[in-house]
Design a protein around this ligand. Structure first.
Ligand SMILES: Nc1ncnc2c1ncn2[C@@H]1O[C@H](COP(=O)(O)OP(=O)(O)OP(=O)(O)O)[C@@H](O)[C@H]1O
Ligand SMILES: [Mg+2]
Length: 263
């Protein structure tokens, strides 16, 4: 039985710069399954964020998806009209962006960011219940003084707080697919542990997670499946056991040597 939630084939995203073309993704295949965490690991500039933005249809000029397909429940997201794509982004695929300060609207209160997510996921139509739900989700990402935060604007909060609000929105969305691009980078270890626990919980509820992180310790701890990406190419792919126990590619071995002893 084919249980894939998302299936990417031959995806190529290029950036046409003045004097050269950057092939940020070049003929990439990737599959996501329900109830599994798939880690995308690779160095800086390897194409991880471009992958998530391509899936969501958020690549902007000079970037173009030049070929490939992104199948979600028989829909090819690549050819879906923007109106339908917007609905997919709200209801089917949630995203925790790498740059939370750019992704939250500075002049919309935190509670209204959360309202928008919760309405789309069909929760919290009743205001009082919604606020309680928001307080709960904010505390689960390690935020205190949650009522004050709900009434705040993102521009009043620190980068770390905005990042945690982004994560809270991802948790609240409860969509079939969650893409988390460096969800815990620059957060302290306690908060990181709390967030990873929440992601595991979503996985156990059947959600499919694409986890993008530099931290191979986190990959070892969290991932079921692993893809290694370099210069826009998938070098290898397998279960976390396969890739960590018997890496096929020299580059993967090099990556893993840096985290000796964690796994
Ligand atoms: N808007 C853009 N214009 C031009 N080139 C871009 C743009 N966005 C990404 N790229 C290029 O695409 C390639 C992949 O970038 P991407 O942001 O996906 O890297 P990444 O793997 O997410 O890196 P990091 O780990 O640092 O976040 C890089 O060479 C980058 O310079
Ligand atoms: Mg990135």
């Amino acid at each position: 039985m084919d249980r894939r939630v998302l299936s990417i084939r031959g995806l190529s995203t290029y950036f046409y710069l003045k004097n050269r073309t950057v092939k940020a993704l070049d003929e990439v295949d990737l599959d996501l399954y329900p109830g599994r965490i798939t880690a995308l690991m690779g160095g800086s500039g390897s194409g991880k964020s471009v992958m998530s933005l391509s899936i969501l249809g958020l690549i902007e000029k000079p970037g173009v998806i030049v070929k490939g397909s992104i199948l979600l429940e028989d829909m090819d997201l690549r050819t879906l009209p923007e109106r339908d794509l917007r609905r997919v982004r709200g209801e089917k695929i949630a995203m925790i962006f790498q740059e939370p300060t750019n992704s939250l609207n500075p002049v919309i209160k935190v509670k209204d960011h959360l309202f928008e997510v919760s309405l789309r996921s069909g929760q919290g139509r009743e205001k009082r219940k919604a606020i309680a739900l928001f307080q709960d989700v904010l505390s689960r990402v390690g935020l205190r003084d949650t009522l004050t935060i709900l009434e705040s604007y993102p521009f009043e909060l620190s980068g770390g707080m905005c990042q945690r609000i982004m994560v809270a929105m991802g948790l609240l969305a409860h969509s079939a697919v969650l893409i988390a691009d460096e969800p815990t980078s620059s957060l302290d270890l306690t908060t990181q542990a709390a967030i990873l626990k929440e992601l595991s919980r979503l996985r156990d509820e059947g959600i499919s997670i694409l986890l993008i992180t530099h931290d191979l310790g986190v990959v070892a701890q969290m991932a079921d499946d692993v893809y290694v990406i370099k210069d826009g190419h998938i070098l290898e792919q397998g279960t976390v056991y396969e890739v960590f126990e018997a890496p096929k590619h020299a580059y993967t071995k090099l990556l893993l040597e840096k985290t000796n002893g964690i796994y």
